[in-house]
Write a protein of this length. Structure first.
Length: 312
């Protein structure tokens, strides 16, 4: 905040005496220009006090006759004293008025300075308030936009919740239907499993019969192999091949048994696989039966030359 730099009485008096020593009139403006600072009113007040303290200029006396001088002097003194008294009264009154005006001027300058500072403070506060108001306005605008977005989001959320409720109710109905269908399919699957189990038992019985037939065939092949040790290499090779086929049959029978066990322990979700396994069992049983018949025919072929030798 700006303010006028104060000056002292000593500074004003020193500047006035220096100006007077130069033969110039020590006016308020001249003193201020010499000092380079100071209030006009303050300089005027100190300059008036300095002028009051300056000695008065006395007039030189002329040599005239004593009586005339005395008379003339008395008359002059009376007139001079009267004029001087009047001038001094006027000068005193002017000085007093000047001092009073200087004091008033200083007071006014102080008030102006204070008011200037107050105006600057108020201007700063106004600018700050305006900036705050602008920021608050921007903030209110932003909050209003956020509120609008929040309301839109809430409305969208309510719509989504309503849609989700409808979907949930629809899904609940669908789940109920699916459960009913699952229960119905479960009952049907249980019936199919029971029927399949019966078929599996039948297949197992047929399998056991095939195993027994294979065992008999294997025993016969072994016996025939012992009897045909002296036969031709072709017959021996044929018998060995039959033995390998019988071993393969045993492995397939074992695999069939394991697959039948797995099919028996299968869950409802594996019903299709189980049906494929049963079909495969039937197919393999048919193949075993066909191979058994083939073995019997081959054994008959092998025994035919031997029977002929016996008859011969």
């Amino acid at each position: 905040m700006s303010s006028v730099t104060g000056v002292t009485a000593e500074q004003v008096i020193g500047a006035a005496e220096a100006i007077a020593a130069q033969g110039d009139r020590p006016s308020v403006r001249a003193v201020r220009e010499r000092l380079g600072t100071g209030s006009f009113n303050t300089i005027q007040r100190y300059l008036s006090e300095w002028r009051e303290t300056r000695p008065q200029i006395t007039q030189a006396a002329y040599e005239i006759p004593a009586q005339l001088a005395n008379d003339f002097g008395k008359e002059l003194r009376r007139g001079a004293e009267a004029a001087t008294a009047e001038l001094r009264a006027e000068l005193s009154e002017a000085h007093a008025e000047t001092k009073e005006r200087a004091k008033d001027g200083e007071s006014l300058e102080l008030q102006v300075s204070e008011l200037t500072e107050t105006v600057q403070v108020l201007t700063h506060e106004r600018d700050t308030a305006a900036a705050d108001a602008s920021a608050r306005a921007d903030q209110i605008t932003g909050l209003t936009e956020q509120l609008k977005q929040a309301r839109d989001a809430a409305e969208a959320a309510r719509t989504e919740v309503a849609t989700a409720r409808v979907k949930i109710e629809t899904l609940a109905d669908q789940i109920t239907d699916i459960k009913q269908q699952a229960e119905k399919q479960g009952d049907e699957l249980k019936e199919r499993i029971n029927a399949g189990t019966e078929k599996l038992d039948t297949a197992r019985a047929e399998q056991q019969e095939a195993e027994r037939a294979a065992a008999v065939a294997a025993s016969e092949v072994k016996a025939e192999t012992r009897r045909a040790d002296q036969a031709e290499k072709r017959e021996t090779a044929t018998a060995a091949g039959l033995q390998n086929q019988i071993d393969e049959l045993k492995k397939e029978v074992a695999n069939t048994r394991e697959e039948a066990k797995t099919a028996r322990l299968a869950t409802a979700g594996e019903a299709d696989k189980w049906r494929e396994t049963v079909a495969l069992e039937h197919k393999r049983n048919a193949e075993l039966q066909s191979e058994r018949d083939g073995l019997i025919e081959r054994l008959a072929v092998l025994e035919a030359p031997k029977e002929g030798n016996k008859n011969g």
